[in-house]
Ligand binder design. Structure first.
Ligand code: SAM
Length: 232
């Protein structure tokens, strides 16, 4: 169960109303029962339920069962598409070990705004379901141009561009360290955006095969390739 609360030796943890509903109403847990807790910062803890009610409850941390496992320093920067597909991208990026997820507005992005809180909640759920102890941060929507204006040149970019078929970049021979994956919207990147990305010293164009993939498929394929070549 994900909680905001700090976790530690003999640390009491108060439950919110929705958490109490889930634990006692849905999962049928009761006082004396044990639950695995994580907060994205302190690893996983075994905790015992010490009080249970309709509006809340309390647990006591007993012991740490897993340390915090921070994934390699990989960002997924993508142009949000339709709501359900954007949810899918965030969920899969969290499962596949992205450390930070950045929705970005490009020239051809339709979305004017996103629900950052909803997307962050999807990241929490994904971490919960895959037994992770780390929750990636989901940023609010920002312009790709502004993101690149403040770019730290030591962070390499895996720039997914369907126009680059035949020009293979060898991820296997690439350097480890901070990386970011860039995925465009349904309309792709505009020519000026392409030119800007191609002009960056540390941006490496990568083709994901000869077919044009939907952005959500491309995100999963790119994350898989990166993890295989440069992940832990
Ligand atoms: N620009 C395309 C068009 O106008 O038909 C479609 C863009 S595609 C649906 C969305 C994004 O997925 C692209 O901007 C790119 O980042 C990524 N993508 C899709 N297929 C790809 C491929 N074969 N290789 C690399 N990236 C790909």
């Amino acid at each position: 169960l994900y909680v905001e609360h700090p976790l530690g030796e003999e640390q009491p943890v108060e439950l919110t109303k929705p958490q109490a509903h889930y634990l006692f109403g849905v999962m049928r847990q009761a006082v004396g029962g044990e639950v695995a807790l994580f907060n994205g910062r302190d690893g996983e803890w075994r905790a015992q339920i010490t009080s249970a009610g309709k509006r809340g409850g309390e647990l006591l941390c007993l012991e740490q069962t897993a340390p915090l496992m921070v994934p390699p320093d990989l960002w997924l920067c993508f142009a949000p598409i339709k709501k359900a597909r954007t949810d899918f991208i965030v969920e899969k990026a969290a499962e596949m070990g992205a450390r930070r997820i950045i929705p970005m507005q490009t020239e051809f992005t339709n979305a004017e705004r996103i629900r950052q809180d909803r997307l962050q909640a999807h990241a929490v759920e994904a971490a919960e379901q895959c037994g992770g102890t780390f929750v990636p941060e989901v940023d609010d929507l920002q312009r790709m141009s502004a993101l690149l204006d403040g770019w730290d040149a030591t962070r390499r970019i895996m720039f997914c561009d369907e126009a680059k078929v035949g020009e293979a970049f060898d991820l296997g021979a690439a350097e480890r360290g901070p990386w970011a994956i860039f995925i465009g919207p349904e309309g792709g990147f505009s020519e000026p955006e392409r030119a800007r990305l191609h002009g960056l010293t540390h941006a490496h164009p990568v083709a994901l095969g000869p077919r044009i993939l939907r952005a959500d498929t491309a995100a999963v394929a790119a994350l898989t390739l990166w993890q295989k070549a440069l992940g832990d």
